[in-house]
Design a protein around this ligand. Structure first.
Ligand code: COA
Length: 369
């Protein structure tokens, strides 16, 4: 009798691994729903703290959970900062994501799962990312101010100065936009570790490792370098064609799920526009739009049957640059926002009580009988 062989989907595309209340990515229509809300309606109107409440306990933004979590995150940042002097070797690691992974891995596994552990993890990622950036710039880490919102304090800990409100609002909109996004690779990594019954620190450490890769959260730094290398719109087409000829991918373009423009690209582009109107412009927005337009054309010619559009990382690069963050801090800043979603997924996965354990198909030799 012939054995039924299941086809492998090497990237698990289209494979549903969880029922979730947290977010939905509609790749055909370019829609992202975060716990019942369109991303467009959350970014710029709900605070990052409110979105933590939405993801962790389903609390509707505006219901008062934001100010409660603002205090909880403030305390958590202070607690995390107490670890900073003990981890001086970590802050000297040249890669920010390596420092975050190494720093988070030292955190003790304790606290009541739920808001307490969630706040501790979110607080630690922001404090550690800022401590790493300061050390790399030859400066001393700045202690958190627990009275401030998470975004405002993160910028303050990085730059050493309290940011103008429009900059803090720009970062807050960014953190909200990237807080959760379906079963992306790092979220899957977090859920997989949580499914074994392991602890939240281990699950977040795994997620950080997954986020680091250039096919996932590692793209925005290279996007900024691409814009710098292109320099002006008339060079865009030749430069992009050269990349494809050299066998390289165009960073910030394409997505596993979206077949249209990533809705988060538009949300972040609007934030860059808003900042430009407030007099905060690096002048890169026009160049970015021209490069996106040229990339669409070049990719359409090369892959006529595979729609490849701008993804979140394209305008992440322009926005975080406008906020004054160095390119080396872009992926760690992504983690500052996404850790909220990771923790929500860890909790949700635990509630299922089910071990994630897929199968592989053996294609090697069998022992001769
Ligand atoms: N530049 C050039 N070619 C690209 C591309 C890009 N940005 N994105 C996809 N392609 C190509 C692939 O190489 C593949 O070509 P091939 O069949 O000749 O190998 C074809 O388009 C189809 O790609 P697909 O398999 O559907 O992509 P994927 O789902 O495996 O990859 C990404 C999705 C995000 C990893 C991919 O688009 C990419 O590498 N983008 C650049 C990195 C990036 O911006 N990452 C951030 C994601 S939010």
């Amino acid at each position: 009798m012939e054995t039924m062989k299941q086809e492998t989907a090497s990237g698990l595309e289209g494979v549903v691994v969880a029922d979730t209340l947290l977010s939905d990515v509609d790749g055909e229509h370019g829609q992202l729903i975060i716990a019942g809300h369109d991303v467009e309606s959350l970014a710029g109107t709900s605070s990052f703290e409110e979105v933590c409440g939405l993801l962790w306990s389903g609390t509707r933004p505006g219901a008062g959970e934001g100010s409660h979590l603002k205090s909880a995150l403030g305390r958590a940042r202070e607690e995390a900062f107490a670890w900073v002097p003990e981890l001086t070797r970590v802050w000297r690691l040249p890669e920010g994501m390596d420092a975050l992974r190494a720093g988070l891995a030292q955190l003790p596994v304790r606290g009541a799962e739920g808001e307490e552990v969630g706040a501790r993890l979110v607080g630690a990622v922001a404090v550690f990312a800022a401590a790493w950036a300061r050390t790399q710039a030859g400066l001393s880490p700045v202690a958190p101010d627990p009275s401030l919102g998470h975004s405002e304090d993160f910028l303050r800990m990085v730059t050493g100065e309290r940011p103008e409100p429009e900059l803090a609002a720009g970062l807050d909109a960014y953190l909200v936009t990237v807080a959760d996004h379906g079963m992306n690779a790092s979220t899957f990594a977090a859920r997989l570790v949580a499914s074994t019954g392991s602890d939240s620190v281990s699950a977040i450490t795994a997620a950080l490792g997954a986020l680091k890769g250039p096919l996932h959260g590692g793209a925005p730094g290279p996007v900024l370098h691409m814009l710098e290398a292109i320099g002006s719109p008339e060079h865009a087409q030749d430069w992009l064609e050269g990349e494809l000829l050299a066998g390289r991918r165009i960073m910030g373009m394409g997505h596993r799920v979206y077949r249209v423009r990533d809705p988060r690209a538009a949300v972040l582009e609007k934030q860059v526009e808003r900042l430009a109107r407030a007099g905060r412009s690096t002048g890169r927005l026009q160049l970015a739009r021209a490069v996106e337009h040229a990339a669409l054309g070049v990719l359409r010619t090369r892959y006529p049957h595979r729609p490849l559009h701008a993804n979140v990382e394209f305008y992440t690069a322009v926005l975080l640059d406008t906020l004054g963050l160095p390119a080396s801090l872009f992926t760690p800043t992504f983690a500052v926002g996404r850790v909220a979603g990771w923790y929500a997924h860890i909790q949700e996965q635990r509630r299922t009580g089910r071990l994630i354990r897929p199968a592989s198909r053996y294609v090697g030799e069998r022992p001769k009988s």
